[in-house]
Design a protein around this ligand. Structure first.
Ligand code: HEC
Length: 112
């Protein structure tokens, strides 16, 4: 009995720390979204005539690979964004790789 309670407490702890980590990732993603290029991605993307990123992700037409490809190379009026993302204070503070920073940003936009 004691042992199974201990196991249960362990599982609860793991679940809690997992969700705290997920929150931290979304927070960093949001900081990138709100601050990139000074005014954030939303300066352009929250305007209806530009691509609506959350809707594209939900529709399955903007997957993680395509997202990264556009951030790396730019596209039409879309500037290259990876250097800008890596300059973000939250990204620097967490010591993220480019892969992780792009992951967190993609996750955040998926939840918008
Ligand atoms: C100066 C305005 C501007 C800013 C700032 C901007 N974008 Fe864009 N973005 C655009 C435009 C315009 C397009 C459409 C380009 C095209 O299709 O020719 C685009 C396209 C994209 C696409 C491709 C969508 C698709 O499926 O075609 C992605 C992904 C994207 N932007 C992500 C971002 C992210 C993430 C940020 C912030 C780091 C950002 N953009 C900041 C203007 C901007």
């Amino acid at each position: 009995m004691k042992k199974s309670l201990g196991t249960l407490a362990g599982i609860v702890l793991i679940a809690l720390s997992g969700s705290a980590l997920a929150d931290e990732q979304l927070e960093i993603g949001q900081k990138i979204y709100d601050r990139a290029f000074g005014r954030g991605c939303g300066t352009c993307h929250d305007i209806a005539s530009n691509p609506q990123l959350p809707a594209l992700i939900k529709a399955g037409t903007l997957d993680r690979a395509k997202f990264e490809e556009v951030l790396r190379n730019g596209k039409g009026g879309m500037p290259k964004a990876v250097d800008e993302i890596m300059k973000n204070k939250a990204v620097e503070k967490a010591g993220l790789t480019e892969e992780l920073a792009i992951d967190y940003l993609y996750k955040y936009i998926s939840t918008k």
